[in-house]
Design a protein around this ligand. Structure first.
Ligand code: SAH
Length: 274
Protein backbone atom coordinates (compact mmCIF):
# COMPACT_ATOMS: atom_id res chain seq x y z
CA UNK A 1 0.00 0.00 0.00
CA UNK A 2 1.24 3.51 -0.79
CA UNK A 3 2.22 5.67 2.16
CA UNK A 4 -0.33 8.50 2.65
CA UNK A 5 1.14 11.86 1.60
CA UNK A 6 1.07 14.30 4.52
CA UNK A 7 -0.28 17.60 3.32
CA UNK A 8 1.44 20.69 4.66
CA UNK A 9 -0.36 23.93 5.31
CA UNK A 10 0.64 27.49 6.15
CA UNK A 11 -1.22 29.64 8.68
CA UNK A 12 -0.67 33.38 8.21
CA UNK A 13 -1.35 34.29 11.81
CA UNK A 14 -1.72 37.46 13.87
CA UNK A 15 -0.04 37.44 17.26
CA UNK A 16 -1.80 40.60 18.44
CA UNK A 17 -0.03 43.55 20.07
CA UNK A 18 1.80 41.57 22.73
CA UNK A 19 -0.40 40.55 25.64
CA UNK A 20 -0.88 36.77 25.20
CA UNK A 21 -4.44 37.08 26.52
CA UNK A 22 -5.27 38.92 23.29
CA UNK A 23 -4.44 35.98 21.04
CA UNK A 24 -7.49 34.38 19.48
CA UNK A 25 -8.51 30.92 20.70
CA UNK A 26 -7.89 29.69 17.15
CA UNK A 27 -4.34 31.05 17.18
CA UNK A 28 -3.54 29.36 20.51
CA UNK A 29 -4.93 26.03 19.29
CA UNK A 30 -2.90 26.11 16.08
CA UNK A 31 0.29 27.25 17.86
CA UNK A 32 0.04 24.25 20.18
CA UNK A 33 0.27 21.80 17.28
CA UNK A 34 2.36 23.69 14.72
CA UNK A 35 5.60 22.03 13.70
CA UNK A 36 7.33 25.09 12.27
CA UNK A 37 6.90 28.74 13.32
CA UNK A 38 8.52 31.58 11.39
CA UNK A 39 7.95 34.79 13.30
CA UNK A 40 8.55 38.49 12.94
CA UNK A 41 10.77 40.57 15.13
CA UNK A 42 7.68 42.28 16.61
CA UNK A 43 6.17 39.15 18.14
CA UNK A 44 6.37 39.55 21.92
CA UNK A 45 8.41 37.07 24.00
CA UNK A 46 5.32 36.22 26.08
CA UNK A 47 3.65 34.91 22.90
CA UNK A 48 6.70 32.90 21.84
CA UNK A 49 6.68 31.29 25.31
CA UNK A 50 3.38 29.59 24.39
CA UNK A 51 4.99 27.60 21.57
CA UNK A 52 5.83 24.01 22.58
CA UNK A 53 9.53 23.18 23.01
CA UNK A 54 9.47 20.60 20.20
CA UNK A 55 8.34 23.13 17.56
CA UNK A 56 10.96 24.49 15.17
CA UNK A 57 10.95 28.26 15.76
CA UNK A 58 12.82 30.82 13.70
CA UNK A 59 12.92 34.61 13.88
CA UNK A 60 12.78 35.84 10.27
CA UNK A 61 12.11 39.44 11.26
CA UNK A 62 13.65 42.37 9.55
CA UNK A 63 14.62 45.24 11.80
CA UNK A 64 14.67 48.61 10.06
CA UNK A 65 18.00 49.01 8.31
CA UNK A 66 19.30 45.47 8.91
CA UNK A 67 19.65 43.15 5.96
CA UNK A 68 18.66 39.85 7.63
CA UNK A 69 16.56 37.32 5.75
CA UNK A 70 15.10 38.46 2.44
CA UNK A 71 11.41 38.26 1.64
CA UNK A 72 12.18 35.70 -1.07
CA UNK A 73 14.02 33.52 1.45
CA UNK A 74 10.97 33.67 3.73
CA UNK A 75 8.79 32.52 0.81
CA UNK A 76 11.13 29.60 0.11
CA UNK A 77 11.20 28.57 3.78
CA UNK A 78 7.39 28.60 3.99
CA UNK A 79 7.04 26.64 0.77
CA UNK A 80 9.65 24.00 1.54
CA UNK A 81 8.37 23.42 5.11
CA UNK A 82 4.82 22.97 3.77
CA UNK A 83 6.06 20.66 0.98
CA UNK A 84 7.71 18.51 3.64
CA UNK A 85 4.19 18.05 5.02
CA UNK A 86 4.51 20.36 8.03
CA UNK A 87 1.89 22.56 9.67
CA UNK A 88 3.61 25.92 9.37
CA UNK A 89 2.77 29.17 11.17
CA UNK A 90 3.90 32.50 9.77
CA UNK A 91 3.45 34.58 12.92
CA UNK A 92 3.18 38.36 12.62
CA UNK A 93 2.64 41.14 15.15
CA UNK A 94 -0.91 42.51 15.37
CA UNK A 95 -3.10 41.43 12.48
CA UNK A 96 -1.36 39.67 9.60
CA UNK A 97 -3.24 41.59 6.90
CA UNK A 98 -2.11 45.05 8.03
CA UNK A 99 1.19 46.70 7.11
CA UNK A 100 3.16 43.54 6.58
CA UNK A 101 4.17 41.75 3.44
CA UNK A 102 1.46 39.15 3.63
CA UNK A 103 0.20 39.94 0.11
CA UNK A 104 3.50 38.84 -1.36
CA UNK A 105 3.51 35.73 0.85
CA UNK A 106 0.00 34.79 -0.27
CA UNK A 107 0.99 35.16 -3.91
CA UNK A 108 4.11 33.03 -3.47
CA UNK A 109 2.12 30.31 -1.66
CA UNK A 110 -0.64 30.33 -4.28
CA UNK A 111 1.88 30.09 -7.10
CA UNK A 112 3.53 27.14 -5.38
CA UNK A 113 0.15 25.44 -4.87
CA UNK A 114 0.42 25.51 -1.06
CA UNK A 115 -2.76 25.57 0.98
CA UNK A 116 -2.92 28.50 3.40
CA UNK A 117 -5.29 30.13 5.85
CA UNK A 118 -5.38 33.55 7.53
CA UNK A 119 -5.78 33.65 11.32
CA UNK A 120 -6.67 37.21 12.33
CA UNK A 121 -5.10 39.04 15.26
CA UNK A 122 -5.83 42.17 17.26
CA UNK A 123 -4.05 44.94 15.40
CA UNK A 124 -1.82 47.17 17.51
CA UNK A 125 -4.12 50.15 16.84
CA UNK A 126 -6.93 48.39 18.67
CA UNK A 127 -4.62 47.28 21.48
CA UNK A 128 -3.33 50.85 21.87
CA UNK A 129 -6.80 52.41 21.69
CA UNK A 130 -8.12 49.99 24.30
CA UNK A 131 -5.15 50.60 26.61
CA UNK A 132 -5.55 54.38 26.31
CA UNK A 133 -9.37 54.18 26.38
CA UNK A 134 -9.82 56.04 23.08
CA UNK A 135 -13.26 55.76 21.42
CA UNK A 136 -11.80 55.74 17.91
CA UNK A 137 -14.99 56.67 16.08
CA UNK A 138 -16.83 58.67 18.76
CA UNK A 139 -19.61 60.11 16.62
CA UNK A 140 -19.24 63.54 18.21
CA UNK A 141 -15.71 63.97 16.87
CA UNK A 142 -14.89 61.49 14.11
CA UNK A 143 -16.69 60.15 11.09
CA UNK A 144 -13.80 58.13 9.75
CA UNK A 145 -10.80 56.14 10.88
CA UNK A 146 -7.60 56.14 8.84
CA UNK A 147 -4.88 53.54 9.34
CA UNK A 148 -1.75 54.88 7.71
CA UNK A 149 1.94 54.09 7.66
CA UNK A 150 4.77 56.60 7.87
CA UNK A 151 7.23 54.11 6.51
CA UNK A 152 7.00 53.56 2.80
CA UNK A 153 9.44 50.63 2.36
CA UNK A 154 8.59 49.56 -1.14
CA UNK A 155 4.99 50.74 -0.77
CA UNK A 156 3.16 53.53 -2.53
CA UNK A 157 3.78 56.75 -0.58
CA UNK A 158 0.77 58.03 1.35
CA UNK A 159 -0.48 61.36 0.15
CA UNK A 160 -1.11 62.75 3.63
CA UNK A 161 -3.21 65.69 2.49
CA UNK A 162 -5.71 63.31 0.89
CA UNK A 163 -6.26 61.31 4.07
CA UNK A 164 -5.94 63.99 6.74
CA UNK A 165 -9.12 65.58 7.96
CA UNK A 166 -10.33 67.26 11.18
CA UNK A 167 -13.23 64.80 11.43
CA UNK A 168 -11.00 61.73 11.09
CA UNK A 169 -9.07 59.70 13.62
CA UNK A 170 -5.59 59.02 12.24
CA UNK A 171 -3.60 56.05 13.41
CA UNK A 172 -0.01 56.24 12.20
CA UNK A 173 1.85 52.93 12.18
CA UNK A 174 5.67 52.93 12.03
CA UNK A 175 5.99 56.60 12.97
CA UNK A 176 9.79 56.33 13.21
CA UNK A 177 11.81 58.82 15.24
CA UNK A 178 10.89 62.04 13.39
CA UNK A 179 7.65 63.25 14.94
CA UNK A 180 8.36 66.78 13.67
CA UNK A 181 8.04 65.57 10.08
CA UNK A 182 4.76 63.80 10.84
CA UNK A 183 3.40 66.86 12.66
CA UNK A 184 4.26 68.94 9.60
CA UNK A 185 2.46 66.59 7.24
CA UNK A 186 -0.65 66.44 9.43
CA UNK A 187 -0.72 70.24 9.82
CA UNK A 188 -0.35 70.65 6.06
CA UNK A 189 -3.38 68.36 5.77
CA UNK A 190 -5.45 70.91 7.68
CA UNK A 191 -5.29 69.77 11.32
CA UNK A 192 -5.29 72.40 14.04
CA UNK A 193 -2.25 72.66 16.34
CA UNK A 194 -4.48 71.85 19.33
CA UNK A 195 -5.52 68.46 17.92
CA UNK A 196 -4.90 65.84 20.62
CA UNK A 197 -2.21 63.21 19.95
CA UNK A 198 -1.28 60.02 21.77
CA UNK A 199 1.88 58.03 21.33
CA UNK A 200 1.58 54.47 22.60
CA UNK A 201 4.71 52.36 22.79
CA UNK A 202 4.71 48.61 23.48
CA UNK A 203 0.91 48.64 23.64
CA UNK A 204 -0.51 45.92 25.94
CA UNK A 205 3.01 44.83 27.01
CA UNK A 206 4.60 45.28 30.46
CA UNK A 207 6.78 48.15 29.13
CA UNK A 208 3.76 50.02 27.75
CA UNK A 209 3.94 53.84 27.82
CA UNK A 210 1.25 56.24 26.74
CA UNK A 211 2.25 59.81 26.08
CA UNK A 212 -0.34 62.50 25.56
CA UNK A 213 0.41 65.68 23.62
CA UNK A 214 -0.98 68.00 20.94
CA UNK A 215 -0.09 68.35 17.28
CA UNK A 216 1.75 71.59 18.03
CA UNK A 217 3.92 69.91 20.67
CA UNK A 218 4.34 66.63 18.78
CA UNK A 219 7.45 67.91 17.00
CA UNK A 220 9.29 67.95 20.34
CA UNK A 221 8.71 64.27 21.09
CA UNK A 222 11.72 62.05 20.61
CA UNK A 223 13.48 59.02 21.93
CA UNK A 224 10.36 56.94 22.37
CA UNK A 225 11.05 53.22 22.20
CA UNK A 226 9.71 51.20 19.24
CA UNK A 227 7.26 49.75 18.51
CA UNK A 228 5.20 52.90 18.78
CA UNK A 229 1.90 54.00 17.36
CA UNK A 230 0.56 57.53 17.00
CA UNK A 231 -3.15 58.33 17.34
CA UNK A 232 -4.19 61.81 16.20
CA UNK A 233 -7.68 63.27 16.38
CA UNK A 234 -10.26 64.85 18.65
CA UNK A 235 -11.18 61.41 20.01
CA UNK A 236 -7.77 61.32 21.75
CA UNK A 237 -8.77 64.15 24.11
CA UNK A 238 -8.50 63.23 27.80
CA UNK A 239 -11.57 61.79 29.47
CA UNK A 240 -12.92 63.50 32.57
CA UNK A 241 -10.94 62.22 35.59
CA UNK A 242 -12.27 59.07 37.27
CA UNK A 243 -13.95 59.50 40.63
CA UNK A 244 -11.92 57.92 43.45
CA UNK A 245 -14.31 54.97 43.97
CA UNK A 246 -14.32 54.19 40.20
CA UNK A 247 -10.51 54.24 40.16
CA UNK A 248 -10.35 51.55 42.81
CA UNK A 249 -12.98 49.31 41.26
CA UNK A 250 -11.57 49.42 37.70
CA UNK A 251 -7.97 48.68 38.66
CA UNK A 252 -6.66 45.17 38.21
CA UNK A 253 -3.56 44.25 40.15
CA UNK A 254 -0.37 43.33 38.33
CA UNK A 255 -1.22 45.17 35.11
CA UNK A 256 0.98 48.23 34.81
CA UNK A 257 -1.11 49.87 32.12
CA UNK A 258 -4.17 49.95 34.38
CA UNK A 259 -2.58 52.55 36.61
CA UNK A 260 -2.84 56.07 35.22
CA UNK A 261 -0.17 58.51 36.37
CA UNK A 262 -0.14 62.17 35.47
CA UNK A 263 3.47 63.36 35.53
CA UNK A 264 3.60 67.09 36.00
CA UNK A 265 7.28 67.44 35.03
CA UNK A 266 6.95 65.71 31.65
CA UNK A 267 8.78 67.52 28.84
CA UNK A 268 7.14 69.47 26.05
CA UNK A 269 3.84 69.86 27.90
CA UNK A 270 3.14 66.24 27.10
CA UNK A 271 1.75 63.98 29.72
CA UNK A 272 2.86 60.43 30.27
CA UNK A 273 0.29 57.88 31.25
CA UNK A 274 2.01 54.66 32.19
N1 SAH B 1 0.53 43.96 11.50
C1 SAH B 1 0.84 44.86 12.57
C2 SAH B 1 1.54 46.11 12.06
C3 SAH B 1 2.90 45.83 11.49
S1 SAH B 1 3.74 47.29 11.09
C4 SAH B 1 -0.43 45.23 13.33
O1 SAH B 1 -1.53 44.86 12.89
O2 SAH B 1 -0.32 45.86 14.36
C5 SAH B 1 4.71 47.54 12.53
C6 SAH B 1 4.19 48.70 13.33
O3 SAH B 1 3.05 48.32 14.09
C7 SAH B 1 5.16 49.23 14.36
O4 SAH B 1 6.13 50.08 13.79
C8 SAH B 1 4.23 50.01 15.26
O5 SAH B 1 3.83 51.22 14.67
C9 SAH B 1 3.00 49.09 15.27
N2 SAH B 1 3.00 48.19 16.44
C10 SAH B 1 3.04 46.86 16.42
N3 SAH B 1 2.95 46.36 17.68
C11 SAH B 1 2.85 47.43 18.50
C12 SAH B 1 2.70 47.58 19.90
N4 SAH B 1 2.65 46.55 20.73
N5 SAH B 1 2.62 48.85 20.39
C13 SAH B 1 2.65 49.92 19.58
N6 SAH B 1 2.78 49.83 18.24
C14 SAH B 1 2.87 48.60 17.71
Amino acid sequence: MNKPIMKGKVYLMGAGPGDPDLLTVQAVQILRTAEVVLHDHLVAPAILDLIPAWTQVRNVGKRCGSAGISQEQIHSMLISAAREGHQVVRLKGGDPLLFGRVGEEMEALSRAGIEFEVVPGVTSAMGAAAAAKIPLTDRRFASKLVFMSNHSAGQANTNWEDVTSPDATHVVYMPGPDYAEIAGKLSAGGLDGRTPCLIVTHATQPQQQIRRTTLRELALERGLPAPALLIVGEVARPLPPLQDDEKTSSRKTGEPHEEILHLTDAPAKSEIIV
